[in-house]
Design a protein around this ligand. Sequence first.
Ligand code: FPP
Length: 240
Amino acid sequence: MNALKNVPVHVSIIMDGNGRWARERGLERAAGHIEGVESVRACTEAAVEYGVKYLSLYAFSEENWGRPQEEVNALMALMFKSMMAELSNFMDNGIRFVVLGHRERLGDELNSVINDCMEKTKENKTLTLVIFLSYSGKWDILQAAKKFAGEILAHPDRSAELLSMDTDGFDRYLVTDGIPDPDLIIRTSGEMRMSNYLLWQAAYSELLFSDVLWPDFRKQEFLSALQLYSKRDRRYGKVK
Ligand code: FPP
């Protein structure tokens, strides 16, 4: 039975430690990424089971393009294969699949399977699974600022109204428009930094750092994170 209190609406995970997991076993780094996909599946199932409505995963940053070409290719091939394989699972479990990031940098083949998965799952309501791909927080804020400036230039008659916008108004220019800010951000593998992730959206997220490497982060670890979150006292800068 689900006896959890205060289940977060949106859980976001910085998946880290695939390379170390592989190295500890004398394997290629790609083996860590392959095993990491099993953790993606396990955490997605757990999110559905515990009633989390949004699960987002930092799968590939803008900076990750600087990794050796062989690893980048292996990761992109793995994303492609996983998306092809999981579509029926998304449909069976009511999962809406969304990819956010600098999509122009992804290949046509990958973009086409992403479009297909997003279109076919768009009415699903149980869980929204967001994959951040070729994403960085600074890039997101910059593209939002450019959109905003473009709107002012296109509508000079509305410039005063547009410039009176508050921070909630700016949300709609970010790629996460329509997705609530994460309540809980988990980073695995013992590293404690944001790595250019959801810099704007994380303003009041609870942060949780786990020593477990991503390929070992499964249902039990996800549940433990939800239990720790349920004990947090969120005040949003105010006094209770
Ligand atoms: C970080 O570990 C992990 C990544 C950069 C890739 C994560 C991607 C997956 C698990 C595949 C996801 C697939 C889908 C369909 C979402 P690292 O390589 O930085 O590990 P290290 O810090 O130990 O070197």
